[in-house]
Design a protein around this ligand. Structure first.
Ligand SMILES: O=C(O)CCC(=O)C(=O)O
Length: 270
C-alpha cells in the first residue's frame, strides 16, 4: 500500500493520503461506537463521574445537546473508553502502513476521536503539533482516519505542503469560533494551503511539524475522525510545566514484545 513513491512524497510534502484504509464494514462499526460513546458521555455527566472530563464539548455551541446527545468536540484518550478504538490503534493494515514509514518498533503517542458536529463544529487553528506536544521526534506521524466523508463543507483538514521544514513556533489558541480565521498570525504564508477532503475509510498521514488545521462545520453533516499518533523509540520527552517527569507509552509493535516504554524528561521544563 505504501511504496517508495509514497515514502518520498511524505518526506517531501509532509503529508500523504491513503485511500480505503478501512473497510466500509469497519467504518460502520466505528460509527456505531461513536453513538455509544455519546451515550457514555451523558452517563458519566449524570453520575458526576470525573471521566466525563475526557469528553470535550464544543465550547462555542449555543446548545448542550442535539436529539438528546451531547455536542462533543473530542474524546481523548479514546482507547480508555472503547475496545473498538483500542483495536483500531493496532489494526493490521494501519500498523503495516506506519511500519513501512517508520520502521519495526512503534509506540503510541495519542489516540483521539475528533468530532466536528453538524452545525456546531469549531475551527481547529493552523498549527504544528510539535509546538505543543511533549514528545519530540523526527519520526512521529499522525494518522487521521475519516469515519465520515470529510469535505471543505464539514471542516476537512487543511495543510500547507512542505511546511514541515518550517521551524517550530507558537500558534496560539487551538479552538476558534466558526466566524474566525484559521489563524490570526499575519506572518504565515498560506498561499500554498490546500484542503484535504477524504472519503470515509481513507486516511491522512502527516509529519508532526506540518502546519495543519481544519475549518468550521456549518453543514448538516458531522465530520468524525479517529486520530492516532505513532513514534519510534528515539523520541524524547520534554514535559510541560507541572507534568510528571516521565511518561509511559504503549508499544504497538516490535521492541522485543515489551508492552510499554517509559520515557524520562530529557531537559528542564519549558
Ligand atoms: O481533526 C481535526 O480537525 C484537526 C486535528 C488536529 O489538527 C490535531 O489534533 O492536531
Amino acid at each position: 500500500m505504501v511504496g517508495d513513491k509514497q515514502k518520498t512524497f511524505i518526506q517531501k510534502h509532509g503529508y500523504l493520503v491513503v485511500p480505503d484504509l478501512l473497510s466500509s464494514q469497519l467504518v460502520e462499526e466505528c460509527e456505531m461506537e461513536i453513538d455509544r460513546l455519546h451515550d457514555l458521555a451523558v452517563e458519566f455527566k449524570s453520575k458526576n463521574d470525573p471521566r466525563a472530563e475526557k469528553f470535550q464539548h464544543e465550547p462555542f455551541a449555543e446548545v448542550e445537546r442535539v436529539n438528546g446527545r451531547p455536542v462533543l468536540r473530542k474524546i481523548e484518550p479514546v482507547e480508555e473508553f472503547s475496545q473498538v478504538f483500542d483495536d483500531l490503534a493496532i489494526h493490521q493494515p494501519l500498523v503495516d502502513l506506519i511500519r513501512r514509514l517508520l520502521g519495526p518498533d512503534l509506540l503510541l503517542f495519542r489516540s483521539t476521536l475528533m468530532l466536528k458536529p453538524a452545525f456546531h463544529g469549531s475551527i481547529h487553528t493552523l498549527h504544528q503539533d510539535v509546538s505543543y506536544w511533549p514528545v519530540k521526534s523526527s519520526e512521529l506521524i499522525t494518522v487521521s482516519i475519516a469515519l465520515t466523508d470529510s469535505t471543505p463543507d464539514n471542516g476537512c483538514f487543511k495543510v500547507i505542503p512542505g511546511s514541515h521544514h518550517w521551524p517550530s513556533r507558537k500558534w496560539g489558541e487551538i479552538i476558534r469560533r466558526q466566524d474566525e480565521g484559521l489563524t490570526d498570525l499575519d506572518n504565515i504564508d498560506t498561499t500554498a494551503q490546500i484542503d484535504v477532503p477524504l472519503k470515509a475509510g481513507s486516511a491522512l498521514l502527516f509529519d508532526s511539524a506540518l502546519v495543519h488545521g481544519s475549518g468550521p462545520n456549518c453543514s448538516p453533516n458531522p465530520r468524525h475522525t479517529a486520530l492516532f499518533a505513532y513514534f519510534t523509540p528515539g523520541g524524547t520527552y520534554h514535559p510541560h510545566k507541572d507534568a510528571t517527569q516521565y511518561q509511559t507509552f504503549r508499544v504497538i509493535c516490535g521492541l522485543e514484545g515489551h508492552p510499554s516504554v517509559t520515557l524520562h524528561a530529557e531537559t528542564p521544563n519549558h
